[in-house]
Design a protein. Sequence first.
Lengths: 162, 162
Amino acid sequence: MTEATPGRRAGRQLPTGDELRIWRDFIETTAALSSRLESRLQRDSSLSTGDYAVLLALSEAQDQAMRSSELAAHIGWERSRLSHHLGRMERRGLIRRQECATVPRGAEVLLTAAGTEAFTGATVPHLRAIRELFVDALTPEQVVAAGEIATALRTHLDAAGG
Amino acid sequence: MTEATPGRRAGRQLPTGDELRIWRDFIETTAALSSRLESRLQRDSSLSTGDYAVLLALSEAQDQAMRSSELAAHIGWERSRLSHHLGRMERRGLIRRQECATVPRGAEVLLTAAGTEAFTGATVPHLRAIRELFVDALTPEQVVAAGEIATALRTHLDAAGG
DNA sequence: TCCTAGCAGTTGACGTGTCAATGATGCTAA
DNA sequence: TTAGCATCATTGACACGTCAACTGCTAGGA
Protein backbone atom coordinates (compact mmCIF):
# COMPACT_ATOMS: atom_id res chain seq x y z
CA MET A 1 0.00 0.00 0.00
CA THR A 2 2.03 2.93 -1.23
CA GLU A 3 0.91 6.46 -2.05
CA ALA A 4 -0.72 7.25 -5.35
CA THR A 5 1.56 10.14 -6.22
CA PRO A 6 5.07 9.27 -5.09
CA GLY A 7 6.50 12.40 -6.67
CA ARG A 8 4.92 14.47 -3.92
CA ARG A 9 6.99 12.86 -1.20
CA ALA A 10 9.92 15.20 -1.23
CA GLY A 11 8.08 18.42 -0.57
CA ARG A 12 5.07 17.28 1.40
CA GLN A 13 4.42 18.58 4.89
CA LEU A 14 1.95 16.01 6.08
CA PRO A 15 2.50 12.32 6.72
CA THR A 16 1.21 9.81 4.18
CA GLY A 17 -1.56 7.42 5.06
CA ASP A 18 0.94 4.64 5.68
CA GLU A 19 3.08 6.80 7.90
CA LEU A 20 0.04 7.86 9.88
CA ARG A 21 -1.05 4.27 10.41
CA ILE A 22 2.43 3.34 11.59
CA TRP A 23 2.51 6.35 13.86
CA ARG A 24 -0.76 5.41 15.49
CA ASP A 25 0.21 1.77 15.91
CA PHE A 26 3.54 2.77 17.32
CA ILE A 27 2.40 5.37 19.81
CA GLU A 28 -0.65 3.46 20.98
CA THR A 29 1.23 0.21 21.36
CA THR A 30 4.04 1.74 23.36
CA ALA A 31 1.46 3.39 25.60
CA ALA A 32 -0.30 0.06 26.06
CA LEU A 33 3.02 -1.54 26.86
CA SER A 34 3.81 1.02 29.56
CA SER A 35 0.39 0.61 30.97
CA ARG A 36 0.71 -3.18 31.11
CA LEU A 37 4.06 -2.90 32.85
CA GLU A 38 2.50 -0.51 35.30
CA SER A 39 -0.29 -2.97 36.09
CA ARG A 40 2.14 -5.82 36.56
CA LEU A 41 4.29 -3.80 38.92
CA GLN A 42 1.22 -2.70 40.82
CA ARG A 43 -0.08 -6.24 41.07
CA ASP A 44 3.25 -7.76 42.07
CA SER A 45 4.49 -5.07 44.43
CA SER A 46 1.87 -2.40 45.07
CA LEU A 47 4.27 0.11 43.55
CA SER A 48 3.87 2.45 40.59
CA THR A 49 6.69 2.96 38.11
CA GLY A 50 7.16 6.36 39.69
CA ASP A 51 7.59 4.76 43.10
CA TYR A 52 10.01 2.31 41.56
CA ALA A 53 12.11 5.04 39.96
CA VAL A 54 12.37 6.90 43.26
CA LEU A 55 13.19 3.78 45.26
CA LEU A 56 15.78 2.66 42.69
CA ALA A 57 17.57 6.00 42.83
CA LEU A 58 17.53 6.09 46.63
CA SER A 59 18.66 2.51 47.04
CA GLU A 60 21.67 3.21 44.83
CA ALA A 61 22.60 6.38 46.73
CA GLN A 62 25.03 6.22 49.61
CA ASP A 63 23.23 6.16 52.97
CA GLN A 64 20.03 5.46 51.06
CA ALA A 65 19.49 9.21 51.00
CA MET A 66 19.49 12.05 48.50
CA ARG A 67 18.70 15.73 48.36
CA SER A 68 15.35 16.37 46.80
CA SER A 69 16.62 18.28 43.77
CA GLU A 70 19.45 15.84 43.16
CA LEU A 71 16.84 13.11 43.10
CA ALA A 72 14.64 15.08 40.74
CA ALA A 73 17.55 15.65 38.38
CA HIS A 74 18.63 12.03 38.61
CA ILE A 75 15.30 10.62 37.51
CA GLY A 76 14.47 13.54 35.22
CA TRP A 77 11.40 14.88 36.99
CA GLU A 78 10.27 18.38 37.75
CA ARG A 79 10.73 19.30 41.38
CA SER A 80 7.04 19.94 41.79
CA ARG A 81 6.15 16.51 40.49
CA LEU A 82 8.66 14.92 42.82
CA SER A 83 7.37 16.88 45.77
CA HIS A 84 3.81 15.69 45.20
CA HIS A 85 4.99 12.16 44.70
CA LEU A 86 7.17 12.14 47.79
CA GLY A 87 4.21 13.36 49.80
CA ARG A 88 2.23 10.33 48.72
CA MET A 89 5.13 7.96 49.28
CA GLU A 90 5.72 9.43 52.71
CA ARG A 91 2.09 8.82 53.63
CA ARG A 92 2.62 5.19 52.71
CA GLY A 93 5.78 4.96 54.77
CA LEU A 94 8.13 4.25 51.85
CA ILE A 95 10.35 7.27 52.42
CA ARG A 96 10.97 9.98 55.01
CA ARG A 97 11.93 13.60 54.57
CA GLN A 98 14.06 15.63 56.91
CA GLU A 99 15.96 18.90 56.76
CA CYS A 100 19.36 18.53 55.24
CA ALA A 101 22.22 19.01 57.69
CA THR A 102 24.69 20.34 55.15
CA VAL A 103 22.61 22.41 52.74
CA PRO A 104 20.36 25.13 54.08
CA ARG A 105 16.78 25.00 52.79
CA GLY A 106 17.52 21.57 51.34
CA ALA A 107 15.35 18.59 52.08
CA GLU A 108 16.87 15.17 52.38
CA VAL A 109 14.89 12.15 51.25
CA LEU A 110 15.53 8.93 53.15
CA LEU A 111 14.63 5.38 52.33
CA THR A 112 12.74 3.66 55.16
CA ALA A 113 12.94 -0.03 55.98
CA ALA A 114 9.55 -0.51 54.39
CA GLY A 115 10.76 1.29 51.29
CA THR A 116 13.84 -0.90 51.02
CA GLU A 117 11.76 -4.00 51.46
CA ALA A 118 9.22 -2.93 48.85
CA PHE A 119 11.96 -2.17 46.37
CA THR A 120 13.77 -5.44 46.99
CA GLY A 121 10.61 -7.41 46.49
CA ALA A 122 9.69 -5.50 43.35
CA THR A 123 12.91 -5.76 41.38
CA VAL A 124 12.91 -9.33 40.08
CA PRO A 125 9.25 -9.43 39.06
CA HIS A 126 9.63 -6.06 37.37
CA LEU A 127 12.68 -7.12 35.37
CA ARG A 128 10.95 -10.35 34.49
CA ALA A 129 7.96 -8.41 33.20
CA ILE A 130 10.23 -6.26 31.03
CA ARG A 131 11.70 -9.40 29.58
CA GLU A 132 8.35 -11.04 28.98
CA LEU A 133 6.53 -8.04 27.55
CA PHE A 134 9.32 -6.36 25.61
CA VAL A 135 12.37 -8.53 24.98
CA ASP A 136 10.49 -11.75 24.35
CA ALA A 137 8.10 -10.04 21.94
CA LEU A 138 10.89 -9.05 19.56
CA THR A 139 13.62 -10.78 17.61
CA PRO A 140 17.16 -9.82 18.69
CA GLU A 141 17.41 -7.72 15.52
CA GLN A 142 14.21 -5.92 16.41
CA VAL A 143 15.52 -5.18 19.89
CA VAL A 144 18.57 -3.55 18.33
CA ALA A 145 16.36 -1.68 15.86
CA ALA A 146 14.18 -0.46 18.74
CA GLY A 147 17.27 0.93 20.41
CA GLU A 148 18.32 2.72 17.23
CA ILE A 149 14.84 4.12 16.70
CA ALA A 150 14.77 5.40 20.26
CA THR A 151 18.14 7.05 19.80
CA ALA A 152 17.09 8.67 16.53
CA LEU A 153 13.83 9.95 18.01
CA ARG A 154 15.54 11.26 21.11
CA THR A 155 18.23 13.05 19.13
CA HIS A 156 15.64 14.65 16.90
CA LEU A 157 13.50 15.60 19.88
CA ASP A 158 16.42 17.21 21.66
CA ALA A 159 17.46 19.07 18.53
CA ALA A 160 13.94 20.25 17.75
CA GLY A 161 12.34 21.58 20.85
CA GLY A 162 15.08 22.94 23.12
CA MET B 1 29.09 -4.15 24.58
CA THR B 2 27.90 -7.72 24.84
CA GLU B 3 27.32 -9.86 27.89
CA ALA B 4 30.19 -11.61 29.62
CA THR B 5 28.54 -15.03 29.71
CA PRO B 6 26.67 -15.50 26.46
CA GLY B 7 25.93 -19.12 27.28
CA ARG B 8 23.40 -18.00 29.87
CA ARG B 9 21.19 -16.33 27.28
CA ALA B 10 18.93 -19.24 26.48
CA GLY B 11 17.62 -19.97 29.96
CA ARG B 12 17.75 -16.57 31.63
CA GLN B 13 14.63 -14.98 33.00
CA LEU B 14 15.89 -11.45 33.39
CA PRO B 15 16.92 -9.01 30.67
CA THR B 16 20.63 -8.44 30.06
CA GLY B 17 22.19 -5.06 30.76
CA ASP B 18 22.03 -4.15 27.08
CA GLU B 19 18.40 -5.13 26.83
CA LEU B 20 17.56 -3.12 29.90
CA ARG B 21 19.31 -0.03 28.53
CA ILE B 22 17.42 -0.35 25.27
CA TRP B 23 14.17 -0.86 27.13
CA ARG B 24 14.68 2.29 29.14
CA ASP B 25 15.69 4.37 26.13
CA PHE B 26 12.76 3.05 24.19
CA ILE B 27 10.03 3.52 26.75
CA GLU B 28 11.26 6.89 27.98
CA THR B 29 11.74 8.25 24.50
CA THR B 30 8.32 7.20 23.29
CA ALA B 31 6.82 8.79 26.39
CA ALA B 32 8.74 11.99 25.72
CA LEU B 33 7.54 11.92 22.13
CA SER B 34 3.89 11.61 23.20
CA SER B 35 4.35 14.39 25.64
CA ARG B 36 5.91 16.65 23.04
CA LEU B 37 3.07 15.99 20.64
CA GLU B 38 0.64 16.78 23.40
CA SER B 39 2.33 20.12 24.07
CA ARG B 40 2.33 21.02 20.41
CA LEU B 41 -1.36 20.22 20.06
CA GLN B 42 -2.13 22.19 23.19
CA ARG B 43 -0.10 25.16 22.00
CA ASP B 44 -1.51 25.15 18.46
CA SER B 45 -5.14 24.34 19.23
CA SER B 46 -5.84 24.33 22.98
CA LEU B 47 -6.81 20.67 22.63
CA SER B 48 -5.45 17.57 24.30
CA THR B 49 -4.89 14.37 22.35
CA GLY B 50 -7.95 13.02 24.17
CA ASP B 51 -10.03 15.93 22.92
CA TYR B 52 -8.64 15.34 19.46
CA ALA B 53 -9.55 11.65 19.46
CA VAL B 54 -13.12 12.44 20.51
CA LEU B 55 -13.52 15.23 17.98
CA LEU B 56 -12.05 13.09 15.19
CA ALA B 57 -14.47 10.26 15.88
CA LEU B 58 -17.46 12.59 16.07
CA SER B 59 -16.54 14.51 12.96
CA GLU B 60 -16.37 11.27 11.00
CA ALA B 61 -19.73 10.05 12.29
CA GLN B 62 -22.89 10.80 10.36
CA ASP B 63 -24.73 13.79 11.83
CA GLN B 64 -21.62 14.54 13.85
CA ALA B 65 -23.15 12.43 16.61
CA MET B 66 -22.57 9.11 18.33
CA ARG B 67 -23.90 7.13 21.24
CA SER B 68 -21.62 7.33 24.23
CA SER B 69 -20.68 3.66 24.35
CA GLU B 70 -20.17 3.45 20.61
CA LEU B 71 -17.78 6.35 20.92
CA ALA B 72 -15.97 4.69 23.80
CA ALA B 73 -15.58 1.47 21.82
CA HIS B 74 -14.49 3.36 18.72
CA ILE B 75 -11.61 5.14 20.40
CA GLY B 76 -10.90 2.30 22.82
CA TRP B 77 -11.63 4.03 26.09
CA GLU B 78 -13.42 2.86 29.21
CA ARG B 79 -16.87 4.32 29.58
CA SER B 80 -15.95 5.99 32.82
CA ARG B 81 -12.97 7.71 31.29
CA LEU B 82 -15.08 8.94 28.42
CA SER B 83 -17.78 10.18 30.75
CA HIS B 84 -15.30 12.25 32.75
CA HIS B 85 -13.72 13.57 29.59
CA LEU B 86 -17.03 14.48 27.98
CA GLY B 87 -17.94 16.39 31.12
CA ARG B 88 -14.83 18.52 30.72
CA MET B 89 -15.36 18.97 26.98
CA GLU B 90 -18.98 19.92 27.53
CA ARG B 91 -17.93 22.60 30.01
CA ARG B 92 -15.69 24.03 27.30
CA GLY B 93 -18.48 23.96 24.74
CA LEU B 94 -16.83 21.45 22.39
CA ILE B 95 -19.62 18.88 22.56
CA ARG B 96 -23.16 18.53 23.83
CA ARG B 97 -24.97 15.54 25.34
CA GLN B 98 -28.62 14.76 24.99
CA GLU B 99 -30.85 11.78 25.55
CA CYS B 100 -30.92 9.43 22.64
CA ALA B 101 -34.22 9.38 20.80
CA THR B 102 -33.94 5.81 19.59
CA VAL B 103 -32.21 3.98 22.43
CA PRO B 104 -33.67 4.23 25.92
CA ARG B 105 -31.12 5.12 28.61
CA GLY B 106 -28.67 5.97 25.82
CA ALA B 107 -26.85 9.29 25.71
CA GLU B 108 -26.00 10.85 22.40
CA VAL B 109 -22.88 12.97 22.04
CA LEU B 110 -23.08 15.82 19.57
CA LEU B 111 -20.38 17.95 18.04
CA THR B 112 -20.98 21.68 18.51
CA ALA B 113 -19.98 24.39 16.08
CA ALA B 114 -17.12 25.31 18.38
CA GLY B 115 -16.03 21.67 18.48
CA THR B 116 -16.03 21.42 14.70
CA GLU B 117 -14.07 24.61 14.42
CA ALA B 118 -11.52 23.53 16.98
CA PHE B 119 -11.03 20.19 15.26
CA THR B 120 -10.70 21.76 11.82
CA GLY B 121 -8.09 24.17 13.05
CA ALA B 122 -6.17 21.46 14.88
CA THR B 123 -5.80 18.87 12.15
CA VAL B 124 -3.11 20.29 9.90
CA PRO B 125 -0.77 21.45 12.66
CA HIS B 126 -1.21 18.12 14.43
CA LEU B 127 -0.37 16.08 11.35
CA ARG B 128 2.55 18.38 10.66
CA ALA B 129 3.83 17.79 14.18
CA ILE B 130 3.61 14.02 13.68
CA ARG B 131 5.65 14.36 10.55
CA GLU B 132 8.25 16.62 12.12
CA LEU B 133 8.68 14.72 15.37
CA PHE B 134 8.29 11.14 14.20
CA VAL B 135 8.58 10.65 10.45
CA ASP B 136 11.36 13.16 9.90
CA ALA B 137 13.39 11.73 12.77
CA LEU B 138 13.67 8.32 11.12
CA THR B 139 14.89 6.88 7.87
CA PRO B 140 12.17 5.28 5.72
CA GLU B 141 13.54 1.88 6.75
CA GLN B 142 13.28 2.82 10.40
CA VAL B 143 9.68 3.91 9.92
CA VAL B 144 8.90 0.48 8.52
CA ALA B 145 10.84 -1.19 11.34
CA ALA B 146 8.90 0.88 13.88
CA GLY B 147 5.68 -0.41 12.38
CA GLU B 148 6.89 -3.99 12.59
CA ILE B 149 8.04 -3.55 16.16
CA ALA B 150 4.67 -2.09 17.10
CA THR B 151 2.89 -5.01 15.49
CA ALA B 152 5.10 -7.56 17.23
CA LEU B 153 4.66 -5.88 20.62
CA ARG B 154 0.92 -5.58 20.18
CA THR B 155 0.55 -9.21 19.13
CA HIS B 156 2.57 -10.36 22.10
CA LEU B 157 0.64 -8.08 24.43
CA ASP B 158 -2.71 -9.36 23.19
CA ALA B 159 -1.53 -12.95 23.48
CA ALA B 160 -0.07 -12.51 26.94
CA GLY B 161 -2.48 -10.66 29.14
CA GLY B 162 -5.82 -10.43 27.35
C1' DT C 1 -46.45 -10.11 39.83
C1' DC C 2 -42.08 -9.48 41.52
C1' DC C 3 -37.36 -10.14 41.62
C1' DT C 4 -33.18 -10.63 39.74
C1' DA C 5 -29.85 -10.03 35.50
C1' DG C 6 -27.66 -6.83 33.16
C1' DC C 7 -26.76 -2.77 30.52
C1' DA C 8 -25.86 2.49 29.92
C1' DG C 9 -24.06 6.02 31.97
C1' DT C 10 -22.51 8.80 35.95
C1' DT C 11 -20.18 9.77 40.08
C1' DG C 12 -16.69 9.91 43.91
C1' DA C 13 -12.28 8.79 45.70
C1' DC C 14 -7.85 8.85 44.76
C1' DG C 15 -3.27 8.57 42.20
C1' DT C 16 -0.83 11.08 38.96
C1' DG C 17 1.02 15.20 36.17
C1' DT C 18 1.55 20.34 34.92
C1' DC C 19 1.60 25.15 35.76
C1' DA C 20 1.84 29.13 38.40
C1' DA C 21 2.22 31.16 42.84
C1' DT C 22 4.22 31.12 47.34
C1' DG C 23 7.43 30.77 51.31
C1' DA C 24 12.04 30.62 52.91
C1' DT C 25 16.71 31.38 52.47
C1' DG C 26 21.14 32.86 50.86
C1' DC C 27 23.97 35.95 47.52
C1' DT C 28 25.16 40.19 45.41
C1' DA C 29 25.47 44.77 44.07
C1' DA C 30 24.06 49.68 44.88
C1' DT D 1 22.83 47.69 54.96
C1' DT D 2 19.51 46.41 52.27
C1' DA D 3 16.88 45.83 47.97
C1' DG D 4 16.66 42.81 44.56
C1' DC D 5 17.48 38.11 42.73
C1' DA D 6 18.14 33.29 42.24
C1' DT D 7 17.40 28.82 44.32
C1' DC D 8 15.03 24.95 47.03
C1' DA D 9 10.98 23.13 48.02
C1' DT D 10 6.07 23.16 48.75
C1' DT D 11 1.35 24.19 47.66
C1' DG D 12 -3.13 24.87 45.18
C1' DA D 13 -5.79 24.54 41.15
C1' DC D 14 -6.80 21.86 37.67
C1' DA D 15 -6.55 18.08 33.84
C1' DC D 16 -6.44 13.34 33.32
C1' DG D 17 -6.97 8.13 34.41
C1' DT D 18 -8.65 3.97 37.00
C1' DC D 19 -11.52 1.54 40.07
C1' DA D 20 -15.57 0.61 42.36
C1' DA D 21 -20.05 2.02 43.64
C1' DC D 22 -24.23 3.78 42.24
C1' DT D 23 -28.69 5.18 39.43
C1' DG D 24 -32.26 4.00 36.19
C1' DC D 25 -34.00 1.35 33.18
C1' DT D 26 -35.34 -3.11 30.70
C1' DA D 27 -36.14 -7.79 30.27
C1' DG D 28 -36.79 -12.53 31.47
C1' DG D 29 -38.01 -16.17 34.60
C1' DA D 30 -40.08 -18.05 39.19
